[in-house]
Design a protein. Structure first.
Ligand code: GRF
Length: 214
């Protein structure tokens, strides 16, 4: 079996990266992490990768004159590893349309909300402040619209009385670590594709929230 090569982009702690590293450790998992690239030096996600002998690179966005220049170098750095799939795992950068288009249909992101609710930052706080009963997480294909690409899979997390941003984020992360390896597996097995702007799972177009896994 030829494994799907993935490049993971991070900016921080990399707990989703860890979930993918752990998944890839199973012999029958159909993907392998070719490299991990961070736009921030010294983050723990880099250590996690190095602990597992995975190639890492740092491209510090502050060293570039603008978004176009950074994204052009990032694309070169990614493509040097010939990935089949690019996985954004807590990568805190807005990407240019040209970059996103280059990876259209082969780039996934995980976002801690039930998209289309709460694109952007501070999703947990916004769900609590809105008095929502449920929150959650979405894996989606990346398109030029921020957090706006077709959803692949969602997990729901009920809010609890007294939830803070931290307690809620912690429970959402538990679900993130389950659904991201699952979405990557589907992609690697050829069961998940982006076609004419829609996500398809096993040949069927997915509903707006993608597959609801709980
Ligand atoms: C996660 O909540 C993810 O959904 C969001 O950024 C966070 C990254 O966490 N995009 P980690 O670095 O994977 O621990």
């Amino acid at each position: 079996m030829k494994k799907t090569r993935i490049v993971v982009l991070i900016s921080g702690s990399g707990s989703n990266l860890q979930a993918l590293i752990d998944a890839c450790a199973a012999p029958d998992y159909p993907a392998v992490i070719a490299a991990v690239i961070s736009n921030r030096p010294g983050v723990f996600g880099l250590t996690r990768a190095q602990n597992h002998g995975i190639t890492t690179a740092v491209l510090d966005h502050r060293q570039f004159s603008g978004r176009e220049e950074f994204d052009a170098e990032l694309q070169r750095s990614i493509d040097a590893h010939h990935p089949d799939l690019v996985v954004l795992a807590g990568f805190m950068r807005i990407l240019t349309a040209g970059f996103v288009t280059h990876y259209l249909g082969r780039m996934l992101n995980i976002h801690p909300s039930l998209l289309p609710l709460y694109p952007g930052l501070h999703t947990h706080r916004r769900a609590i402040e809105a008095g929502d009963k449920t929150h959650g997480v979405t894996v989606h294909f990346v398109t030029p619209e921020l957090d706006g690409g077709p959803a692949v899979i969602q997990a729901v997390v009920p809010l609890q009385a007294g939830d803070t941003e931290e307690t809620l984020a912690k429970r959402v992360l538990v679900e993130e670590h389950k659904i991201y390896p699952r979405a990557v597996r589907w992609f690697a097995e050829g069961r998940l594709v982006l076609k004419h702007g829609r996500a398809y799972y096993q040949g069927e177009p997915l509903p707006p929230g993608g597959v609801r896994c709980n």
